[in-house]
Design a protein around this ligand. Sequence first.
Ligand SMILES: [Zn+2]
Length: 137
Amino acid sequence: MVPQIVDNSAHRLRLYRPISPAKSTGILTEPSVACNQCADLCVRYAIRHPRELRKAIQIAGENIADKTIAEVIPESPCVSVSFVELAKGAVWDDVVEYHFRCLHCDEKFWLHAETYHGSGGYWEPKDPKSIRENITN
Ligand SMILES: [Zn+2]
């Protein structure tokens, strides 16, 4: 029997680029604004291309599926496609705007982009203090 290592996080894509392993001091010095569950999502991810929007949608969908975050639907949404449909591959509106919150620490996130004119947008925490990293491709 070959022992199997189970890593629940292995399947999950990450928005941020892998950082080189830090020197192990045994002390975590990460910002404490967000919890460990949503820390990977606390980045400002620039969306300037449909593939970047698709990736952001995919990652948000995976984090909903594993119950890290949940969609927050506004009273009068400005989008006609639900995020669930979008995550399944539906075509997005000219304006993309979806809201999410961490189920563990209530950190708020949103995905917003203007796709028609291609001016793009961001995946980001609503609180700028929670942004750990800016990612532009
Ligand atoms: Zn959290």
